[in-house]
Write a protein that binds this ligand. Structure first.
Ligand code: GLN
Ligand code: ZN
Length: 746
């Protein structure tokens, strides 16, 4: 007898616990204050909570193996035995080997951490070589399945699929190992079948990006092979974050029993499905409830889309568009939100209800759907902002020509060659965090808090003068987070109290929600910057977060194009730039570290994105006079694909992560004719290592070979907030001395 898939499911669920219990437990384990058994007990409790929640919500297909101590890609690496020799060699326990891969140990740096597709979640990049000896290790998947079974709950274990796993890996050419790896998956599937597992979910999101014919062929081969196994669970291949394109017909050629399509991020999947030919009794798992954003689903529209799928396939199940990992747990615990807003929100727990309801409505056609929401409150509109946007002209995104600007800026700033600077933040010490917490809790008042922050700014300015930097920063002590800080001061943004989302490992973020028109109530940074500037004759950089990054790290409106929201944010920043300039600030940095992160996965969509992203940045920064110097800062990624867009930002100076890539980014910039200022990071701030004087000199010499010295800046890779003062002092002293040495020789 074949076991049906079920009517409703989620592709994954938040695993950190409603109150970040997992974060606290793993951090306590790392600190040595709880042992492995206690950690395991906390983890088991969290898993049981999730399964019971899903069961009680009457979700009928419940996933397991979506829990993780750190990252699900790392879990998959362990499940297939892809533990690099450098970690296996350490001779640690299984758990400590796992954490060593995640976080590194003294002797061994961690696996590389990188963004999970176009989200703000980070996964650990598997290292796959010709000599990686794959071996099936289904213990975790089996264990979780058994644990749920113990509670009377039948689950569907989830793993990253073999093709996506290799496409996410790094190494010589990981994908050539596909056939080997598939044999290991075959053993895992057999073991699951032997334990009574009826369905397994294999995630293949890599196929919503452009893939070569060979990669698509690999997918077909993999699932043909797994499908032919005699003892196996039924296979559900999940895709998400976009459209499957040519991978859909390839999957339909294989014997897999269910295919998941994201109908939120990839509405075109529907058309592709309609033209794909016979579906052969398969279950189509329709991702109708947005797993990436926080808004309630338009259930009527979703039922219509679901009915269309039902007309094409023998079986339809309703699902979230992707794992609910990307949204907070439960909106019902948010007591301080505007009721008009919370009525419009659905976090993970509410999305489960939506999926269940949609599943029922599709099955019986009579389940009543809740009434649609009333129109958006008028108070959320800012007609003045809309009016200004409507009146914009192309010249509002344009500055004077660069050579003219550069000359006027130099006249005013009188900087030496190879000017030194930092990216903005200085160490966020325990005292600073305590002061912020005390202020939030109301135990210190606004004045006391501001006084402490001013003292810190003064301290940071003094240090930079002592160390001999040329363009100073105020150190950002007042900022909890570079997006939240602005979100709290802008109309149209709401902050949650408990809306935590995992970013990586034990690190969680609480993205603001953009719900209405964005408007600036009053200057947001001017007081801090002018205070800092009043303490020194050297230029102090104003410090803002750019529109693209603000959107990328917030939950965004889905009732208007992102481009429009970005321009609204840009207008607020434009006003801020203007006020900084009027207050005597001569250099303003607008950070866009997320520019690359939200680049669409398919090339065909990238131009439109880059057009509005660049346009918003330019709207924010083009209102200043020619002699005000605009900097931008980019990090966290490889920039190859957006290099032309970086040029198009038209910033006077771009500081960019480069120390790990050995300055290659400079050649890329040179190749496209970039001719403005550039500060390739010469100190990798992601590690506590202090770069030696000679190392910085060498990096600078390499940079001078690629870029004329008069356009070169000297700075670290990123902000210093996660570093401690001893490393910062030593490193910055080396950096300043190295700049002087190379300057003298250049
Ligand atoms: N100005 C910010 C800082 O220095 C930039 C942070 C970032 O690039 N992520 O902290
Ligand atoms: Zn950075």
């Amino acid at each position: 007898m074949s076991i049906p898939f079920g009517q409703s499911t989620v592709l994954g669920y938040p695993r950190i616990g409603a109150n970040r219990e997992l974060k606290k437990a793993v951090e306590a384990y790392w600190a040595g204050t709880v042992d492995a058994d206690a950690l395991a007990r906390t983890a088991a409790g969290l898993r049981a909570d999730v399964w019971r929640t899903l069961r009680d919500a009457r979700l009928d297909a419940i996933p397991s193996n979506v829990f993780s101590y750190y990252d699900h890609v790392l879990d998959t690496a362990v499940a297939v035995g892809a533990i690099p020799a450098r970690f296996a060699r350490l001779g640690l326990s299984e758990l400590d080997t796992y954490f060593a891969m995640a976080r590194g140990v003294d002797a061994e740096p961690a696996l590389e951490l990188t963004k999970w597709f176009d989200t703000n979640y980070h996964y650990l990049v598997p290292e796959i070589g010709a000599d990686t000896a794959f071996a099936a290790n289904p213990a975790k998947a089996l264990g979780e399945y058994a644990e749920a079974a113990e509670l009377g709950i039948t689950t569907r274990p989830v793993l990253v699929g073999p093709a996506t796993f290799l496409l996410l890996a790094k190494g010589e050419d990981p994908f050539v190992r596909l056939d080997d790896l598939v044999e290991t998956y075959a053993r895992i599937l057999s073991a699951l079948a032997a334990a009574g597992v009826a369905w397994v979910q294999l995630d293949e999101p890599a196929y919503v990006a452009d893939r070569t014919p060979a990669e698509i062929e690999g997918l077909r081969r993999a699932y043909t092979r797994l499908g032919r196994l005699t003892h196996r669970p039924r296979i559900f291949v999940a895709s998400y974050f976009g459209e499957l394109g040519d991978a859909l017909p390839a999957l339909l050629d294989t014997p897999v029993e269910a295919i998941g399509l994201d109908l939120v991020a990839g509405p075109g999947n529907l058309h592709r499905l309609a033209t794909a030919g016979p579906l052969g009794g398969r279950t189509i798992v329709a991702g109708l409830v947005d797993g990436r954003n926080v808004w309630r689903t338009d259930l009527r529209a979703a039922v219509t889309a679901g009915a269309t799928v039902a007309g094409l396939a023998d079986h339809v199940a309703v699902a979230t568009s992707c794992s609910l990992l990307h949204v907070p747990a439960d909106v019902s615990v948010e007591t301080r939100l505007d009721p008009d807003l919370s009525a419009r929100l659905a976090f993970a727990r509410q999305k489960v209800d939506e999926v269940v309801l949609l599943g029922r409505a599709l099955r019986d056609g009579t389940t009543p759907l809740p009434t649609p929401l009333p129109p958006v409150p008028l108070a959320w509109r800012h007609d003045d902002v809309r009016g200004r946007l409507a009146a914009l002209r192309p010249t509002d995104r344009q500055r004077g020509d660069y050579p003219g600007r550069a000359a006027r800026q130099q006249e005013r700033l009188r900087l030496p060659g190879l000017p030194t600077t930092t990216i903005g933040s200085f160490p966020q010490t325990a005292e600073l965090r305590q002061a912020r917490a005390a202020h939030r809790a109301g135990t210190i008042d606004d004045n006391t808090y501001a006084e402490r922050m001013r003292a810190e700014v003064a301290h940071v300015i003094r240090l930079q003068e002592q160390w001999g930097l040329d363009v100073l920063v105020h150190g950002e002590p007042e900022r909890n987070d570079m997006v939240q800080y602005f979100g709290e001061q802008l109309d149209g943004f709401a902050a949650t109290e408990h809306g935590w989302v995992q970013s990586y490992g034990s690190r969680c973020v609480r993205p603001p929600i953009i719900y209405g028109d964005v408007a600036r109530r009053k200057p947001m940074t001017v007081e801090w910057s002018t205070y800092a500037q009043s303490l020194t004759s050297k230029p102090v950089k104003g410090m803002l977060t750019g529109p693209v990054t603000i959107l990328a790290w917030s939950f965004v409106r889905n009732d208007q194009p992102l481009a429009e929201t970005a321009d609204q944010v840009a207008l607020a920043l434009r006003d801020e730039c203007h006020d900084l300039e009027s207050a005597g600030i001569r250099v303003i940095q607008v950070d866009e570290p997320a520019l690359r992160e939200t680049l669409p996965l398919r090339r065909a969509d990238q131009k439109a994105y880059l057009d509005w992203a660049v346009g918003a940045f330019r709207l924010a920064t083009s209102g200043v006079a020619d002699d005000t110097q605009i900097h931008t800062h980019l990090c966290y990624s490889e920039f190859g694909e957006v290099i032309a867009a970086i040029d198009a930002l038209d910033a006077d100076v771009t500081s960019i992560e480069a120390s790990r890539s050995k300055m290659e980014v400079l050649d890329d910039l040179a190749a496209i004719g970039y001719r403005r200022g550039v500060g390739p990071g010469v100190w990798d701030i992601h590690s506590p290592r202090v770069p030696s004087h000679d190392e910085v000199v060498e990096a600078l010499r390499r940079a001078v070979a690629a870029v004329p010295a008069r356009r070169l800046w000297v700075n670290p890779d990123c902000g210093l907030k996660t570093r401690g003062y001893p490393e910062v002092e030593a490193s910055l002293r080396h950096l300043v001395a190295a700049a002087a040495e190379v300057r003298a020789g250049a």
